[in-house]
Write a protein that binds this ligand. Structure first.
Ligand SMILES: Cc1cc2nc3c(=O)[nH]c(=O)nc-3n(C[C@H](O)[C@H](O)[C@H](O)COP(=O)(O)OP(=O)(O)OC[C@H]3O[C@@H](n4cnc5c(N)ncnc54)[C@H](O)[C@@H]3O)c2cc1C
Length: 408
């Protein structure tokens, strides 16, 4: 029997990692990506726990570590740029810090995983392509694409991020956005020209009104700017689907009186091309589960997290999903169930956040800002970083799958 044909929607982290492992196992894999080229926007992302074991198995640890941003930690600063609490790099397996030992630009990580998956002759990436319709039978999945082609596959995997259009088609639910639990928090990420004070630690600044500004090291020329708004902000919701310019204009107004380096960040944001505004959210598919028939979901499409664990979950999810498909290629429904059964407990822990959510760390009032600064100072002075809680990666026993015993 020829190897199964598997279609993946989305060439982000989850899509390329899944394609890599399925490709290694000898499946016939096609990845469709809506963007005309690899979507490399985004700033620093990190990984920990089992994801590090997986990149070792992929032989990519060295190349990934060589591309890390070199961030040494995070200092919280006041209006005058005076640091009152500094937290250095923490190993997410053993301790809690705000900075993981693998911090890498999202575009670099996307490129590394894409390049690794693309080396397999049995893996094909199609850009400028998305799925427009889907029909499942007990033995196959037939889709049409935005290029007008109709194709039949044995399985379909949605890896197209937290607003996944493929998830909507799989669940046949126009209201699949109901699974998105918005945290009433917005983050804009973008690159700005580097200044000497931007390196080697990130700096974070709380302003009243639920506003937080962060500047992080990126490379010799660039730093990463973050503008965070932690409240349901109607002016941002109104431009959620509008273009970048409209979003930048709203943010410039919201941060104009924030103090610290706000004016610098706003000024540089205006010219940046790699701007990305994200509605911070968690996806929990609950009783629906992460699959339906011959279709499954992976990464943010299935279990988007806002605790800084999204990339770890995307890498781990891709590995586990491919591994379980390899165990039962003829029975996708059984394989998808095993993937979910083995991973759901871990995902739940990784998604769990301290009560109070982002608003706890980014308060609204002057008193709230004073309290969070005092709490951070106390944690810093006492050294009990564990007190911050919620960001520790749970332990996961990674199964070994026989990926290199290739499917004939
Ligand atoms: C542009 C961008 C910038 C980001 N920046 C940051 C950041 O700075 N910090 C951070 O912590 N997280 C960021 N994220 C989110 C982070 O990448 C994910 O939370 C995490 O890595 C899990 O990745 P994923 O592969 O599941 O989803 P994603 O990384 O979102 O990848 C999804 C992929 O699917 C593609 N896609 C979307 N819709 C379709 C469709 N209909 N058909 C085909 N392809 C489609 C997208 O173009 C993308 O390539 C960003 C995501 C994106 C898309």
């Amino acid at each position: 029997m020829p190897p199964q044909k598997i279609l993946i929607s989305g060439a982000g982290i989850a899509g390329s990692v899944t394609a890599y492992w399925l490709g290694l196992a000898g499946f016939n894999v096609t990845v469709v990506e809506r963007n005309p080229e690899l979507r490399t926007a985004g700033q620093g992302i990190d990984m920990g726990g089992a994801a590090v074991e997986i990149i070792k198995k992929m032989g990519l640890e060295e190349i990934i570590r060589a591309k890390t941003t070199g961030e040494l930690g995070l200092s919280f600063v006041d209006e005058n740029d005076k640091a009152f609490a500094t937290f250095d790099v923490g190993d997410k397996n053993t301790d809690i810090g705000f900075t993981s030992d693998i911090e890498i630009m999202r575009g670099d990580l996307c490129n590394i995983f894409y390049t690794a998956a693309n080396t397999f002759p049995n893996v094909t990436f199609l850009f400028n392509t998305s799925i427009t319709s889907l029909h499942q039978s007990p033995s196959s999945v037939t889709i049409t694409t935005s290029t007008g082609k109709e194709e039949t596959y044995d399985m379909l995997i949605a890896a197209d991020g937290f607003r996944s259009a493929t998830r909507r088609l799989i669940l046949n639910n126009p209201n699949s956005e109901a699974f998105i639990q918005s945290q009433n928090c917005w983050v804009a990420y973008f690159s700005i020209p580097r200044e000497p004070q931007d390196h080697p630690r990130s700096r974070g600044y709380n302003a009243i009104g639920g506003r937080f500004i962060m500047i992080r090291p990126n490379d010799e020329k660039l730093s990463s700017g973050y503008l965070i708004v932690s409240k349901d902000e109607p002016s941002l919701r109104a431009v959620q689907r509008a273009g970048m310019q409209a979003q930048k204009a709203v943010l410039a107004e919201l941060f104009a009186d924030a103090g610290w380096e706000a004016m610098r960040v706003i000024r540089e944001m205006k010219d940046t091309e790699d701007f990305y505004l994200q509605d911070v959210a968690r996806i929990e598919l609950g009783a629906q589960g992460w699959s339906k028939g011959r279709c499954a979901m992976v990464g943010d499409a299935a279990y988007c997290s806002f605790t800084g664990t999204g990339t770890t979950l995307a890498i781990l999810g891709g590995y586990m999903l491919a591994g379980e498909i390899l165990q039962r290629p003829e029975e996708p429904e059984v394989a998808f169930r095993a993937y979910e059964d083995k991973l759901a407990g871990y995902v739940k822990k990784a998604q769990s956040a301290p009560k109070g959510g982002p608003q706890l760390f980014v308060p609204q009032t002057r008193l709230g800002v004073w309290l969070i600064r005092t709490a951070l100072w106390l944690v810093y002075r006492s050294g009990i970083t564990r007190w911050i809680g919620g960001y520790k990666m749970p332990k996961f026993d990674l199964p070994d799958y026989p990926f290199d015993a290739r499917v004939e």
